[in-house]
Design a protein around this ligand. Sequence first.
Ligand code: HEC
Ligand code: HEC
Length: 163
Amino acid sequence: MRIPTRALALGLLALAFSALVLGRAQAGGSHYFAPVADSTVKEECGSCHLAFAPSMLPASSWKRMLADLKNHFGDDASLDPTVAAKITEYLVSNAADTGGRRYGDKLLRGVSATNAPLRITELPKWVKEHRKVPDWEWRHKNVRTKANCAACHTDAERGYYED
Ligand code: HEC
Ligand code: HEC
């Protein structure tokens, strides 16, 4: 009788512990980036690649990018102007230096928001975090491009970027 009760208590304790750790990651860790929650943005910006978290770039970057979707990294990602405006508004209000600040801060270290960088994969902090990733891994057929976050971060869709 006593042993099962104890096992149950330990089980509950373990559960509470993992909930605590998860909660902390969500509350302030640099490894959680709130994923896109808007269905239009998810659809229009998640069809060719992962819908990148708005808190990974400053507001100026999103404005610059959305103003020229016709020349989007060699692709034409043009949208109806009303849709583009709606998406801009969402990305800007959740950007690293506005609503998403809590999460974006660290990734934006060393970046001047006025530079409006267009690539997350060129932010100094991103480059630093990935300096140990060997060349062959980037070229692997399941990866192919640095922008393919989900190939290595299996939980990227949900906003988690542990290795
Ligand atoms: C027609 C396909 C297509 C659509 C739609 C599209 N993109 Fe892209 N996007 C690309 C391509 C191609 C790249 C370059 C990927 C690479 O370097 O491997 C890219 C790269 C990016 C990058 C830079 C990734 C990096 O290297 O850090 C961001 C940010 C981005 N897109 C945001 C968006 C947003 C926001 C939208 C919605 C408005 C969008 N994309 C819609 C094709 C698309
Ligand atoms: C080829 C695999 C690979 C790809 C693709 C990749 N990453 Fe990573 N990423 C890693 C590894 C490995 C680490 C851990 C580095 C370390 O801890 O030394 C890492 C670390 C990180 C971290 C820091 C988290 C931590 O635990 O310190 C963030 C944030 C991150 N990546 C975001 C991204 C984003 C955003 C993309 C896509 C634009 C991306 N990564 C693409 C492999 C990858």
